[in-house]
Design a protein around this ligand. Structure first.
Ligand SMILES: [Zn+2]
Length: 284
């Protein structure tokens, strides 16, 4: 009987070992609402894109809650452009976590000068420009900065009376992230549709496209679906909607368009995580 128990325990240990290894090889993409996502690599590095974590869609934000508590470890903060709904809580998170900034040089410099972003974390090789390709996370992630048709300015809390409260934020951008042993992810930033998005689809195998669908300030649902097609997304996920007045309230029209284009679609709830093993989305 005792021997049987030992065998059973050994069997359980053997059975659980591979699944532990497998989960360590997963890439986890979590949506916080609006344009804010975290990407946790198989190696355990955490990238935050456009971290407005205190946005009203985030279930972990709001009265009496600490929205930043859900990201105790952040290695990199990637900013598509300087608008407040994208810079969000970047300065506070950078101070708390020591995360390094990935953005264009003008935005990096002005965040340091005007918003007290920690200088050392904004003056590294991770400052880059559109068309550039860099490696971060010890080479585990390759980051390409892609064009975006939008604007970019950075809020200047130090502006005096008679001074503009928006400073130059460099060119707006999107990102392609190639995760080693993980998916290739495209975050479109706050762009309009542009036909050269097709180049992204030609150059990269986009497993996951995180597309702004809100309209008004950028592409709306119909053109966002066209963007999914242009970048040849294996899976399209909507972002930048239902957060403030004037932008799309839900992704229904986007979903309907994707259906006609036969592009797979997921609509995560804010706070939800999509997990990938290799390039493959894991079922919930
Ligand atoms: Zn925006």
């Amino acid at each position: 009987m005792k021997a049987l128990k030992v065998i059973a325990v050994l069997f359980l240990l053997a059975a659980s070992a591979p699944s532990r290894t497998a989960s360590a090889q997963e890439t986890r993409v979590r949506w916080f609402g609006h344009a804010a996502f975290s990407v946790t690599t198989p190696g355990g590095k955490v990238l935050l894109i456009d971290p407005w974590l205190k946005n009203p869609s985030n279930p972990e934000a709001g009265e009496g809650k600490d929205a930043l508590a859900s990201v105790p470890k952040v290695d990199y903060i990637l900013l598509t452009h300087g608008h407040r709904d994208h810079v969000g809580d970047a300065v506070e998170i950078a101070r708390k976590t020591g995360a390094v900034l990935v953005s264009n040089p003008e935005l990096a410099a002005n965040l340091v000068k005007l918003a007290d972003f920690p200088a050392k974390q904004a003056q590294t090789d991770a400052v880059m420009g559109i068309g550039g390709e860099i490696q971060i996370a010890g080479g585990e992630v390759t980051v390409m900065m892609t064009p975006a048709v939008h604007s970019s300015s950075v809020f200047n809390p130090k502006a005096g009376p008679g001074e503009a409260d928006r400073a130059y934020g460099g060119n707006p951008a999107g990102f392609v992230l190639v995760v080693r042993n993980g998916p290739t992810i495209y975050h479109s930033g706050d762009t309009a549709y542009f036909k050269d998005m097709e180049t992204i689809g030609e150059e990269y195998q986009v497993d996951l496209a995180l597309l702004n669908i809100g309209g008004h300030f950028g592409m709306g649902p119909r053109m966002a679906a066209r963007a999914a097609k242009a970048v040849r997304a294996r899976l399209a996920v909507p972002q930048h909607y239902a957060t403030f007045p004037g932008i799309a309230e839900n992704p229904n029209e986007f979903a309907a368009e994707l259906k006609t284009l036969k592009i797979p679609f997921r609509e995560p709830r804010p706070g939800e995580t999509l997990s990938f093993r290799g390039r493959q989305l894991l079922a919930r």
